[in-house]
Design a protein around this ligand. Structure first.
Ligand code: ADP
Ligand code: ASP
Ligand code: MG
Length: 485
């Protein structure tokens, strides 16, 4: 029985105490034979509990599929086929190194069939000369189909009673291709119907992350990096006791370690802090991952598959005390949009602006208004010409590209006035705009030129993390806190 964030109790059909663990392995954690052997060892170490495995496509495969798709849609079928054939060879070589005998023949057969379907899709794209989001989802779904079949067989070969589950038959989403959202009740029902019987017979289900399908079975994806979200969806639907995100870093860190070599692991943080960090660009977690975990009060662990003995980061409902700034992140390729109306900003104009952004599925990161202006930040300029056309006669729409949002996250960061002054003293020589402290107690964000973003993050990291880490005072998991947060 699990207590949800809203205090209700929920029971899954599979009720084996508190031992169901969803383990998600990202692209680098399945990239080659050595990585898959490490994965097998990690899954073996969890057999005392009941693992459910979610895997991403092998590292770089999703990008290669995209490249092949756009080559085919531009009429370069030869290039497209060469890309997928090299991916096929890579999967075959892995299968050969990990699986023997009749299991190898069966896997080989499955991979051949899947690659044949992929080639036929590329032929269709060459004919249609278009790669829309619907075809793109179909194309990208192959990556996780290949990897999940491969990992399932590799686990079986190691003596683990694994079973492949097609995520497209269980995770049901809306038809917002490229960034679909789950339809919760149907998804929960399908996952319980499909996965619970496997768990009851002590099998280890293996699903591809990132991929799903509409109610009618049309393939969809959950947005780039979406396997983390898949793991949280599966965990929430099956009332898991924990969700583990196995990646190539020691946990969630005070900054991207590729940018700040002295970044350190955050041992524990709150769902809210982690969600803000993911929302503002920390690639280590897909931005939607924390919502289902938070709703069902399931702790999430971020761990390093290359160093499985590490403690990683524990993300739970409540975290207090410690460093006032928990982490610094940045969201790149942001555009600053300025909407000007000579009539002034009123509720009529706001309604028209919201409607135009909604119509063209353009997500807004931050918004501020003044007498005659609305300032917005968006992550993609693709829809802006259409939005400007819709608002013609009502307001003028202009935008500037190549901006980035720098975000400092920490419980109660805004309640410490000296933090803001330290931040802005550190970047005083940069063209800092659109400072936002109002939207959340946990973040301070500001806009800089994209060319300055690395330097801003590094300077701020130097200021806030040059001292040894103070001890944190941790409260227990509290559903009341979750409701309030
Ligand atoms: P996976 O393939 O396992 O899903 P990702 O590449 O999606 O891995 O995410 C892991 C990467 O996230 C790390 O290699 C790291 O560069 C990046 N990253 C960005 N911000 C952070 C952060 N605050 N803490 C840890 N890693 C971060
Ligand atoms: N393979 C997908 C991607 O590269 C999903 C994931 O890795 O989580 O975006
Ligand atoms: Mg990822």
């Amino acid at each position: 029985m699990r207590r949800q964030a809203n205090g209700r109790q929920r029971q899954s059909r599979f009720e084996r105490g508190d031992d169901l663990v969803v383990m998600k392995f990202g692209g680098t954690s399945v990239e080659d034979t050595a990585a898959i052997r490490r994965l097998i060892g990690i899954v073996q170490s969890r057999l005392g509990a009941q693992p459910v495995v979610v895997v991403s496509a092998l590292a770089r495969v999703t990008d290669q599929l995209l490249e092949a798709g756009s080559a085919a849609a531009q009429g370069h079928l030869g290039t497209a086929l060469a890309i997928v054939r090299s991916a096929y060879v890579r999967h075959e070589q892995l299968a050969d190194s990990l699986v023997d005998g009749s299991a190898y023949s069966a896997l080989d057969h499955e991979l051949r069939d899947e690659f044949r379907d992929l080639e036929s899709l590329l032929h269709d794209l060459e004919v249609s000369r278009a790669l829309d989001l619907k075809s793109q989802d179909h194309l990208l779904s192959f990556g996780e189909c290949f990897s999940s079949r491969l990992v399932k067989e590799a686990l079986c070969q190691a003596g683990i009673n694994a079973a492949h589950v097609d995520a497209r038959a269980c995770i049901v989403t809306d038809a917002r291709h490229g960034q679909a959202s789950p339809v919760w009740d149907v998804t929960e029902q399908r996952l319980q119907q499909t996965v619970s019987p496997l768990l009851e017979s002590r099998r280890v289900p293996v699903l591809g992350g990132f991929i799903a399908a509409t109610y009618d079975g049309v393939p969809t994806t959950l947005g780039r990096g979406g396997s983390d979200f898949s793991a949280a969806i599966v965990g929430a639907a099956l009332c898991a006791s924990r969700v583990e995100i196995w990646s190539d870093v020691d946990g969630v860190m005070t900054a991207d370690p590729k940018l700040c070599s002295d970044a350190r692991v955050i041992r524990r943080m709150s769902f809210d802090e982690a969600a803000e960090l993911a929302h503002f660009g920390a690639k280590v977690l897909h931005p939607s991952t924390l919502a289902p975990a938070m709703r069902e009060n399931i702790p999430v662990y971020v761990l390093n598959s290359r160093r499985p003995e590490g403690e990683g980061t524990e993300i739970v409902a409540r975290a207090k005390g410690g460093n006032v700034v928990s982490a610094i992140t940045a969201k790149r390729t942001v555009a600053a949009v300025e909407i000007e109306s000579t009539q002034g900003v009123d509720s009529e104009l706001l309604r028209a602006v919201y409607a135009a952004f909604y119509r063209h599925s353009c997500a807004v990161d931050l918004m501020a208004t003044s007498l005659r202006h609305i300032s917005l930040l968006v992550g993609s300029t693709a829809a802006l010409p259409l939005i400007a056309a819709d608002l013609r006669g009502v307001a003028d729409v202009r935008w500037e590209n190549h901006k980035a949002l720098v975000c400092l996250v920490g419980e109660n960061i805004r309640r410490q006035p000296e933090v803001a002054s330290r931040i802005f003293a550190a970047v005083a020589d940069m063209d800092v705009r659109v400072v936002c402290q109002a939207a959340s107690d946990r973040t301070i964000t500001f806009l800089v030129e994209e060319s300055k973003v690395d330097e801003s993050v590094q300077r701020l990291h130097g200021i806030f993390f040059s001292q040894p880490e103070p001890a944190r005072d941790w409260g227990g998991i509290s559903s009341a806190f979750c409701q309030a947060g």
